[in-house]
Design a protein. Structure first.
Length: 393
C-alpha cells in the first residue's frame, strides 16, 4: 500500500502491521513481569523486610552500578527526587540558574525549582532531540560572562551553575560536544538518564559523563520498581553524600538516633528494590525485544511519505524507550488527526510534551532561542513501545 501522500489511515495501518497482532487497547509502554518478581517480592513479605532498608536495596544498588558501569548507584523513591538530589550534590545553590532542555518531561524542570534554583531553557537538536550543542554555545557566548566565581548571566546577574542533559526517549545526547562546552564555560554537567537505561553513548552506558546522573523506574519506563529512581555517579564522595542525605542524614550507630545535616527520606523501600532486582535480570531480554520492535517500525515507515521514524544516532545505541515518529514540517497539521484515529482504534499514541517555556509556572523563566523545540513538539508522535509487542523466540 504505497501512497504518495500521507494520511492518518496509512499511519494507523502501518502501526498495525508492526504490532504483532497485539490486542487493543495497546498501551504506549507496559511493564513486563516474567522473571523473579513474584519470588523476590514474596521474600520481602515472608521475612517482613518491606520498608526502608533491606538486602534488596543493597543488591539493587550494586547491580545497577555494575550494569551502568558507574562507581556508585543510590536507589531512591522516584526519578524526580533523584534529580533534586543530583542538583544538590552537584553544587547547585538556591538562586542559581540551571540550563534545562525546553523539550523534556516536566520533572527535569520541577527538580531545579525544588532546589530553589531557576530553570533557563535551551534548545534541542532536531536529530538527537537532546540539548543542541551548537545552539547552546551560541547562546552562552551571547549572555554568559566568565568570572573567577563561575559563569554569570549578563541579563539576569545570576550564576549559571549547571547544565542538565536529557537522553530523550532513550536516544543518547551528543555528550562529547556538551561535555566540552561544560568544561569550557565551567558548568557542572548532570545527566537526566531517566529514559535511557540500556542506552549507550560511544559504547559507554549513558550517565557516565556527567558528574551526577539519574534514572527513573516509574511504571512506564523500560524497567520498573513500581515507583523509584536512582542517582548514579563516578565520584565516590558524591555517592556517599547522596546516600547520606537521601537516608535522613543519620549517623550510623546501633541505637543512637543522631543526624548531622538536613536530610530527606527519599529511600527506596526494600519491596520496590526486590522488584528492581528481578527487572534487572530481565533487562537484556526486554531491551532486545524493544530493539526488534523498533527495527520493524523503521523498515515499515521507510516506505511512508511525510513521516520519519526516529532512529538511534550513529554514535550510540538507544534503548528505544519510546518509539517516535516525526512528521515532516509540511505535515504537522496531521498530528492531531493521527492521534485521534489511532487512539480511537485502541492504539495508544501521544504527542511530545508541551515545551517547558509554554507551561504557566515556567513561562517567566529565562530562555534561549528554542525554535527546534517548538517545531519538534508540533510534529512528534510517540507510538507503542512495550517489549511484549515482540513475540518470544
Ligand atoms: C520519567 C522521567 C523523570 C521522572 O521520573 P519519576 O520517576 O516519574 O519521578 C524525569 N525526567 C525524565 C526525562 C523522565 O522521563
Amino acid at each position: 500500500m504505497i501512497k504518495t501522500k500521507l494520511d492518518p489511515s496509512i499511519v494507523a495501518a502501518t502501526l498495525t502491521t508492526c504490532l504483532n497482532k497485539g490486542v487493543a487497547p495497546i498501551a504506549l509502554h507496559e511493564p513486563s513481569f516474567r522473571g523473579n518478581e513474584w519470588l523476590f517480592v514474596k521474600d520481602c513479605l515472608d521475612t517482613g523486610w518491606v520498608s526502608s532498608v533491606g538486602k534488596y536495596v543493597d543488591k539493587f544498588e550494586q547491580e545497577l552500578a555494575a550494569f551502568t558501569g558507574v562507581k556508585r548507584a543510590v536507589a531512591v523513591v522516584n526519578g524526580t527526587a533523584s534529580l533534586q538530589i543530583a542538583f544538590e550534590v552537584a553544587g547547585v545553590c538556591p538562586g542559581d540558574e540551571v540550563l534545562v532542555p525546553d523539550l523534556t518531561f516536566v520533572a527535569t524542570t520541577s527538580a531545579v525549582k525544588h532546589c530553589g534554583a531557576n530553570p533557563h531553557f535551551v534548545d534541542i537538536s532536531v536529530t538527537s532531540l537532546g540539548v543542541d550543542p551548537q545552539k547552546l554555545r551560541e547562546g552562552l557566548e551571547k549572555i554568559g560572562r566568565q568570572t573567577p566565581e563561575g559563569l554569570f548571566n549578563l541579563q539576569t546577574g545570576k550564576k549559571i551553575s549547571a547544565l542538565v542533559v536529557v537522553h530523550t526517549f532513550g536516544h543518547p545526547a551528543e555528550m562529547d560536544e556538551l561535555a566540552e562546552i561544560c568544561s569550557e564555560f565551567k558548568l557542572t554537567l548532570v545527566e537526566d538518564a531517566a529514559e535511557s537505561i540500556g542506552s549507550y553513548y560511544k559504547g559507554q552506558h549513558t550517565g557516565n559523563v556527567g558528574l551526577v546522573s539519574t534514572l527513573s523506574f516509574n511504571g512506564n519506563k523500560t524497567i520498573t520498581t513500581g515507583g523509584g529512581g536512582a542517582i548514579l555517579t563516578n565520584d565516590a564522595r558524591i555517592g556517599e553524600i547522596a546516600k547520606h542525605i537521601t537516608t535522613t542524614a543519620k549517623i550510623p550507630h546501633r541505637w543512637k538516633f543522631a543526624h548531622d545535616r538536613v536530610g530527606y527520606n527519599f529511600r527506596m523501600p526494600n519491596i520496590n528494590a526486590a522488584l528492581g532486582c528481578a527487572q534487572l535480570e530481565s533487562l537484556p531480554l526486554l531491551l532486545s525485544k524493544k530493539r526488534d520492535l523498533a527495527a520493524r517500525y523503521q523498515i515499515a515507515f521507510e516506505e511512508i511519505p511525510g513521516v520519519k521514524f526516529l532512529a538511534e544516532p550513529k554514535y550510540g545505541k538507544s534503548n528505544y524507550w519510546l518509539n517516535t515518529l516525526i512528521l515532516d514540517e509540511d505535515q504537522a497539521q496531521l498530528r492531531d488527526p493521527i492521534l485521534e484515529l489511532t487512539n480511537n482504534q485502541g492504539i495508544q499514541t501521544r504527542p511530545a510534551w508541551e515545551p517547558m517555556h509554554t507551561l504557566p509556572m515556567y513561562a517567566d523563566c529565562q530562555r534561549m532561542d528554542v525554535s527546534n523545540s517548538i517545531s519538534m513538539a508540533s510534529r512528534i508522535i510517540n507510538i507503542p513501545s512495550s517489549p511484549c509487542l515482540t513475540p518470544d523466540v
